[in-house]
Design a protein around this ligand. Structure first.
Ligand code: SF4
Ligand code: SF4
Length: 326
């Protein structure tokens, strides 16, 4: 366990930038925090929740698949340097692990792995949450982790890449900081986890009537915020942009809350009502994915509840569902 004092952070990141393309928590002019390039704004490791999904570093909202010009196809080049992405909580890391599996399954998604392979993933934890609240330690699902003890950053490596990155830092973590880290790692599961598991059981047991979804779906204004914020939402649409000399094919995040999401060429829409689309959003995470992948694909990060303007993020719906049916 190493120590990084605040006055050494800039130097630490400048050294990393020689090898890695950095993606760090950044403060935008509107006061929000996102994970972005240091060129986008000042680095902000402490503060309000990061509502943009950290998995967007590897699965961006829009990306070019190829360009075609004069009968020649060209795929975008891999970035000159691999990514170093800092800002994952333990729940975000579970989301990343899930979408790693998703994109590697069957037809391995080379566009995703062009960014993901050789990347370094770093957790951010400790008393650096909103108002100094505790973000539990990220643990070994990442290459390294920065843990804020209130005075300085403990830096804990978990992989070979992580070991190499921290090698130059002083190995002098004070015993009280190490103890703080140990206690923080014992944070019990929160109530939302329990509610999500129970809601999953009810959905898989077919205990939720259609009338429930009609009522919840009525509250959706199709803003798509829930899908755009969710680190395990992986749906995208494909589009071509044509100029006089070339065509660019790109993909862009899609949203299952939009009317056109599943509409077929014939005009038939298997998700033709807000009730069906809302049911699908929740059912997919809590019932379909456990069947397909062996685990619930909501890792309780809280983003969809934080962004939903009408109060029907997954916790809110799961709480209502459990209160009524079980
Ligand atoms: S809490 Fe919402 S945003 Fe987070 S993983 Fe679950 S469904 Fe996605
Ligand atoms: S954030 Fe809420 S209102 Fe917006 S699309 Fe999602 S469920 Fe509907």
């Amino acid at each position: 366990m190493r120590v990084l004092t605040s006055d050494r952070l800039d130097r630490f990141f400048a050294t990393l930038a020689q090898t890695w393309e950095l993606r760090l928590p950044i403060l935008l002019p509107d006061g929000t925090r996102v994970i972005g390039s240091p060129d986008d704004g000042p680095i902000a490791l402490l503060g309000i929740a990061i509502l943009s999904k950290p998995t967007a570093a590897f699965f961006p909202q829009q990306e070019t698949l190829f360009t075609a010009s004069g009968g020649v196809l060209e795929e975008p080049l891999a970035p000159p340097r691999p990514l170093f992405v800092l800002g994952f909580t333990p729940r975000d890391l579970a989301c990343l692990r899930f979408i790693d599996r998703f994109f590697a399954d069957g037809w391995c998604d080379d566009i995703y792995f062009r960014l993901r392979q050789n990347s370094v993933v770093a957790g951010l934890s400790g008393y650096c949450g909103p108002g100094g609240t505790l973000l539990p330690p990220a643990g070994g699902d990442c290459d390294l982790e920065l843990f804020w003890d209130g005075n300085s950053w403990l830096v804990i490596p978990y992989s070979e890449a992580g070991e190499a990155i921290v090698a130059e830092l002083p190995d002098t973590a004070p015993p009280e900081a190490v103890e703080l880290f140990r206690l923080a790692a014992m944070t019990p599961p929160d109530e939302n986890e329990i509610v999500i598991k129970r809601a999953s059981e009810l959905l898989r047991g077919d205990r939720v009537p259609d009338s429930f979804w009609a009522e919840i779906g009525d509250r959706c204004i199709a803003c798509t915020g829930c899908n755009l914020a969710c680190p395990t939402c992986t749906c995208f649409g494909v589009q071509d942009w044509r100029t006089a000399t070339q065509v660019e094919r790109s993909r862009m995040w899609d949203s299952c809350q939009l009317d056109g999401f599943m509409r077929e060429a014939s005009g038939h829409n298997p998700l033709g009502s807000e009730a069906l689309r809302t049911r699908r959003r929740i059912h997919h995470k809590l019932a379909a994915d456990p069947e397909r992948w062996g685990e619930i694909s909501c890792f309780v990060c809280g983003r969809c509840d934080a962004v939903c303007p009408t109060g029907i993020g997954i916790f809110a719906v799961a709480r209502e569902l459990v209160a009524r049916f079980g």
